[in-house]
Design a protein. Structure first.
Length: 150
């Protein structure tokens, strides 16, 4: 395939599967890197190239891989490998919250109501955190080939 052209990493996590998408853009060379959570500089910005404005199951996607469970982290790219984690539950899992500031906004709202710090933490835990007595979680690490998704 020669020099790979990559400019972005995208992960759409859903209960059924995971899609890793790569868009055409500025050349990263043969060994693209996304070495940690939120990318090379710990922010969601690709240093070389621009991220696409739109994503879908067919737009700006080179390949897709079915992965059971719910995505649990940012994908990591090292050379020709993509690493990602997922969690599968036994029983009903809490729905994921959306947005980047959902917990902070929720905490601020609870604090305005005059709740104690312990009451706030109890409510955040009840809404957002899976506890062992509620559901059994099974964590998995996947390693996929960057060119094929297998």
């Amino acid at each position: 395939m020669g020099i790979l052209r990559r400019s972005a990493i995208y992960a759409s996590f859903c209960p059924i599967g995971c899609v890793i998408a790569w868009s055409a853009g500025a050349a990263w060379g043969v060994d693209p890197e996304w070495p940690r959570f939120r990318g090379p500089d710990a922010n969601p910005i690709a240093a070389k190239g621009r991220l696409p404005a739109k994503w879908s199951k067919t737009e700006n996607v080179e390949w897709a891989a079915e992965v059971p469970g719910r995505g649990w982290s940012s994908p990591i790219v090292n050379g020709r490998r993509v690493f990602l984690t997922t969690v599968v539950t036994e029983g009903k899992s809490k729905p994921p919250q959306i947005g980047t500031e959902y917990s902070n906004e929720y905490v601020a709202e609870l604090m305005k109501q005059g709740l104690s710090q312990q009451e706030v933490m109890d409510r955040v835990t009840a809404r957002d955190i899976e506890l062992p007595k509620e559901v059994m979680l099974h964590y998995f690490l996947y390693c996929l080939d960057i060119q094929t998704g297998r």
